[in-house]
Design a protein around this ligand. Structure first.
Ligand code: ADP
Length: 254
């Protein structure tokens, strides 16, 4: 499986270009993190890939097939999107929230197979004990797992996550990223996520894509991309970058 993002250019208005000529590819079992300062266009890029936003130019190619013009319902069978953490949720049971992920596959009402599949996702994520709880009663980490379960219920080939560790404590940050990395390998998923924490990005990503001034500034393995020079160019801060326990480690300097 491969998803190629080709020459994406996007602006919210003709005067403001947010993304310019962005191209890269992701394959199954591959975990790509997007990095860059606030406002560089990470969320915008994720939404362009998922076609929530329609780029002015560029194409999305899935397994050699141009899916740029496809209906959202058909895109959703290939790409699932987990948006940034939201406080404002309406009252709903966990099972119904996850069941909504089946919508792209359903004509009319949910079948027994849909229900069985959703229950198997809850089991895989170890959240079946929450099945009949209201999602508003769950903690941030639990809610994030529900959002990921809903995405898995879509049976996607590519999962896109916008800051999945935002609002989570250290233990849950680690837990959620371990879970996503594990799903990436066991479910043969391609993962594209925005992630602010460069240390976590270095630990979990196969590749990191750094955005700066509407363009790709660097793209490659964490070892190549996470350097003192790149970080000062992108964020304008001085850091000490070392290799510890086999991963690049970034320490901010005052
Ligand atoms: P990031 O995810 O890297 O923080 P965003 O993709 O959210 O960046 O935003 C990129 C730029 O686009 C920012 O300048 C932001 O103000 C602008 N922007 C984001 N959403 C909208 C919108 N709905 N309308 C107009 N401008 C937007």
């Amino acid at each position: 499986m491969s998803l190629a993002i080709k020459n994406i250019t996007f602006g919210y208005s003709p005067k403001q270009t947010v993304l310019e000529d962005i191209s890269f590819e992701v394959e199954d079992n591959e975990f790509i993190s997007l990095a860059g300062p606030n406002g560089t266009g990470k969320t915008t890029l994720l939404k362009c890939i998922n076609r929530i936003l329609k780029p002015q130019t560029g194409r999305i190619i899935f397994n050699g097939k141009d899916i740029t013009g496809w209906e959202q319902q058909d895109i959703a069978k290939i790409i699932a999107y987990v948006p940034q953490y939201s406080q404002a949720l309406r009252s709903m049971t966990v099972i119904n929230a996850v069941m909504m992920g089946r919508m792209p596959h359903v004509q009319g009402s949910y079948s027994v197979k849909d229900r069985e599949f959703v229950y198997s996702v809850l089991q895989k994520m170890d959240i079946e004990k929450f099945a009949f709880r209201d999602i508003r009663q769950l903690s941030g980490g639990e809610r994030q797992k529900i959002a990921i379960a809903r995405a898995l219920a879509q049976q996607p080939k590519v999962i896109i996550l916008d800051e999945p560790t935002g609002n989570l404590d250290l233990k849950n940050q680690l837990h959620i990223l371990e879970l996503i990395a594990c799903l990436c390998k066991t479910e043969k998923l391609a993962v594209i996520m925005s992630l602010h924490d460069l240390n976590l990005a270095a630990m979990f990503s196969d590749k990191i894509l750094m955005l700066k001034d509407t363009k790709i500034f660097a793209f490659g393995s964490p070892d190549c991309v996470i350097t003192r020079e790149n970080i000062v160019s992108i964020y304008g801060v001085t850091t000490c970058v070392t290799m510890e326990d086999g991963y690049k480690h970034v320490r901010l300097l005052k």
